[in-house]
Write a protein that binds this ligand. Structure first.
Ligand code: ADP
Ligand code: MG
Length: 857
């Protein structure tokens, strides 16, 4: 099959763009984004909203217009905040969806070009390959063993064969299903072969567009974190409701059971409910993960399944392909072997000696014209340089037949006819063992050649054997084995290691992550590359055939000490994943082909290649690497750990700050003091301070040791007992200090209710801001944290302090918040008291630092 753009000119860019304008983009009318009304409806369903409205109504009953209006004003604020959060999350997810949507290879302006599936226009010439999703309804113009899975449209899971029709291609689509028809359909999958097709219908005009079934590319999934948070929220909500009821009843009874006392009691109860309501937890989780996905995408890694972000930080084994991920996949022919001697090509510009012409000649004949495969491109380039103008240049020859590479035989053959029809040549190339097989070499010749192969492999070269044959008189045989092949020589291809890989591997080792290389290449080549990139155990290798001979238990035991797997076919990756999982590892696995999909699905984190990966692999994976680079995976792991850390920090903070808020609304009721925190205070703290803190924690940089500690246990809860206790302790300290300040103001300074409340409120705000700073790091002191850059922090600190000043100094707000301006000296006291409320946690961190320092010594 020819993919020559001259034969299939395709559209020009200008025509394509015009068609996209006229006929619309190639996308299905997806579910409309929720409108303002939908979002408003969601807000109304929020418990916080209902509480605020209830509170406002109570104030109206009490005749407190100002308070009622203020609270209703907050209603608009929460609507705005919810709206902004949702839009932000939505937009981050949308951007990801766009990026992870299928890509299409088309010919535009006579050049093959990879574009987004939605940019395919009617009339575009599509190049289809195994693993692609067909981007539009199209008619097949040419094909090699092309078959497609059309189960999406027909429900029939057996792949259907596709073949170009005789004569001119039809210009109307037929129906899906049925073998040997020339039609392929948008959304279906090419499971085998290659083909060229012309798009006839796109977008809503396609078969799948008629059915109106949207292809989902981002799969929503409940993660363990989400479940855990759900449980936490439920428990806190039950606790809140119970305490709320207790408060209402206690207050009502204690204050003489009048209508007035019950209304006041209800107000106190609702205040407490607002204080305990754990609505931030799920919000924080959604926002952190969505923004996390966005952050990871800036490292050229797309997240297709959000829960993968939390698993990333727990990964213990990273299984990676060699070609293209660890190496650049930019091959050059570095060495030749023919007629008993080697020829070094690297750095040499001398003309190719005649004795080496055939190995290049047949290498070229065994490759595609204008090849895409980097190996074939290297051979083709060498051919152009060395053979142009010689009698070994066969640019005018016509392809007769092709025998593809298979899992059983790692070699392929192509049959060519000269223009004068006098010569027919068969050229084969492939893994040396496979070529030796095809040539039926005697044992000693085979051993001799194997020694040459080893010599090249030891230098990190990928070795291909090249062979030639004549077509037997009785015509073209069924399989490659039926030709009488004759050995021509060996090609050694060099694929440079990516420069950043050795450092990334060391980073993995430092982070307690094992790196496993899985390759289809020769064991010697794998070993040499492993040594170059600094593998800890580059010597022991298990090969695909050995793997086949092993039972699961042996594999499970052996896989503990072996990091190299060579001559492995994609189907075997699944067994490797399962063996690793059986050993309790958390597995990340890369892959690109159709056959990699099961392993990608089975791994905890499946990572597909965006550059050379197929759509099947991408759809099975949870992450997609846009640049196929190993270093990006490590960067994503680092980010995953950071995101998880920050999530933990934010949750700790939120939990901690709720303790004093709840305590300050509860204690006065029980102790029969005047109410200390009124709804406005709670709402202010909850609605303004909390969400903005989320921004601070979300933006927090990774701790210095993120990649120097072992992976987090996969099943470790986000909020273990230790964290819970630490948070509780932090919260109790703040509560104690605030209550202390209130009592001191009331009883010692005899300042009056509003002045004492002002002092307590100021202390609480300062303590709150201190809590944020101290929770930013679990290792650094608060002072160090303050000096570590974090932009939102300054907004929150500045905003919080300015607002506190406004409340204390502006009479109108003083009135609303029921506070009085305290003495300057006592205000300073609040500042000190509030800041000192986090000293316990600071001391704890200092002890841990000290211990860490002595234990690593
Ligand atoms: P990797 O895991 O390194 O990407 P592959 O699975 O792509 O390896 O290839 C495995 C082996 O199959 C190669 O080492 C080579 O011997 C053979 N092979 C792959 N592609 C071709 C090709 N286009 N022509 C000949 N042989 C090939
Ligand atoms: Mg490959």
């Amino acid at each position: 099959m020819e993919t020559d753009p001259n034969r299939w000119p395709g559209l020009t860019e200008a025509v394509a763009q015009q068609r996209l304008l006229d006929e619309g983009r190639n996308e299905l009318p997806s579910s409309k984004p929720r409108g303002v009304l939908g979002t408003a409806l969601d807000v109304v369903k929020e418990p916080m909203f209902l509480l605020l409205v209830a509170c406002g109504a109570l104030y109206l009953v009490l005749g407190d217009w100002k308070e009622a209006l203020l609270l209703l004003g907050f209603v608009f604020l929460i609507m705005a905040i919810t709206f902004i959060q949702e839009r932000r999350t939505e937009r981050a997810l949308e951007a990801l969806r766009d990026l992870s949507s299928p890509r299409a290879l088309v010919i535009r302006d006579g050049q093959p070009r990879r574009i987004a599936g939605r940019d395919v226009a009617r009339g575009d010439v599509l190049l289809l390959a195994e693993g692609d999703r067909v981007p539009a309804d199209a008619v097949v113009l040419d094909a090699v063993s092309l078959s497609a899975d059309e189960s999406l449209l027909t429900g029939e899971s057996v792949p259907v064969r596709k073949a170009p029709g005789e004569g001119d291609a039809p210009d109307a689509m037929g129906r899906p299903g049925g073998d040997d028809l020339p039609f392929v359909f948008s959304g279906t999958m090419i499971v085998q072969g290659r083909g060229v097709a012309r798009a006839l219908a796109t977008g809503a005009n396609s078969e799948i567009g008629h059915i109106g079934k949207a292809l989902q590319t981002l799969i929503p999934e409940d993660s363990t974190l989400k479940k855990e948070t759900g449980r936490l929220v439920r428990n806190l909500a039950i606790l809140g409701a119970a305490m709320c009821a207790v408060v209402v009843v206690t207050y009502g009874l204690l204050h003489g059971s009048t209508a007035e006392s019950w209304t006041q009691g209800a107000l106190a109860g609702i205040t407490l409910a607002m204080a305990i309501l754990p609505e931030e937890f799920p919000v924080v989780l959604t926002v952190f993960l969505a923004l996390g996905a966005w952050r990871i995408s800036r490292n050229r890694v797309l997240t297709r399944r959000i829960p993968a972000i939390e698993t990333l930080g727990a990964a213990t084994v990273l299984c990676t392909d060699k070609t293209g991920t660890l190496t650049e996949n930019r091959m050059t022919v570095a060495r030749l072997w023919a007629g008993g001697s080697f020829l070094e090509l690297e750095g040499s510009t001398a003309a190719l000696p005649e004795a080496f012409h055939p190995v290049v000649e047949y290498g070229v004949l065994a490759s595609q014209r204008d090849p895409v495969d980097p190996m074939e491109r290297a051979i083709d380039d060498l051919g152009e340089r060395a053979l142009a103008g010689t009698e070994h240049d066969h640019a005018a020859w016509v392809l007769q037949r092709e025998y593809p590479l298979s899992r059983e035989l790692l070699a392929l053959s192509r049959v060519w006819r000269s223009p004068d029809e006098r010569q027919v040549e068969v050229a084969a190339k492939g893994a040396p063992e496979a070529i030796f097989d095809l040539c039926h070499l005697p044992e000693e010749r085979r051993q001799d050649l194997t020694a040459r192969v080893l010599q090249m492999a030891d230098d990190g070269l990928r070795v291909l054997g090249v062979a030639r044959a004549k077509v037997p008189p009785d015509g073209m045989p069924e399989g490659q084995h039926d030709f009488a092949f004759e050995m021509v020589g060996l090609l050694g291809l060099k694929d440079p290691v990516r420069a950043t890989v050795p450092a990334a591997i060391q980073e993995c080792y430092g982070a307690g992550i094992r790196v496993v290389m899985i390759t289809g290449d020769y064991p010697g080549t794998a070993r040499s590359i492993a040594r170059t990139i600094g593998f800890q155990r580059p010597d022991s290798v298990i090969t695909g055939p050995e793997l086949d001979a092993m039972d699961d238990d042996t594999l499970k035991a052996r896989i503990r000490d072996v990091d190299l797997f060579a001559r492995v076919v994609p189907e075997q990756k699944l067994r490797l994943v399962q063996a690793l999982k059986a050993n309790g590892e958390v597995v990340a696995m890369t892959g690109d082909g159709v056959n990699d999909a099961p392993a990608l699905k089975a791994a905890h984190i499946g990572i597909a290649m965006g550059g050379r990966g197929t759509d099947v692999a991408r759809e099975a994976a949870s992450l997609v690497l846009l640049d196929d680079d190993f270093t990006s995976i490590v960067a994503a792991i680092r980010l995953g750990r950071r995101i998880f850390d920050n999530l933990q920090k934010a949750m700790s903070y939120i939990f901690a700050i709720h303790v004093p808020i709840a305590g300050l609304s509860l204690i006065p009721v029980v102790a029969q003091w005047p109410l200390l925190l009124l709804p406005v205070h709670v709402v202010f703290l909850e609605l303004i301070i909390d969400p903005s803190c989320t921004l601070v924690f979300e933006a927090e940089e990774a701790e210095q040791d993120v990649m120097q500690r072992p992976p987090r246990r996969h099943d470790a809860p986000l909020f273990g007992r230790r964290n819970l206790l630490l948070s509780l302790l932090q919260g109790l300290c703040v509560l104690g200090v605030s209550v202390g300040v209130f009592l001191y103001g009331r009883d010692v300074l005899e300042a009056g209710e509003n002045a004492a409340r002002g002092l307590a409120f100021a202390t609480l705000i300062i303590a709150n801001l201190s809590l944020i700073v101290t929770n930013r790091s679990r290792t650094l002191s608060a002072i160090r944290s303050l000096r570590t850059p974090n932009k939102p922090q300054w907004w929150v600190l500045g905003g919080g302090l300015s607002f506190l000043c406004l409340v204390l100094f502006v009479p109108f707000l003083q009135d609303l918040f029921k506070v009085e301006l305290p003495q300057p000296l006592s205000l300073l006291g609040c500042l000190a008291a509030g800041a000192s409320s986090v000293l316990v946690f600071e001391a704890f961190k200092a002890v841990m630092r000290h211990r860490g320092a002595t234990s690593t010594r």
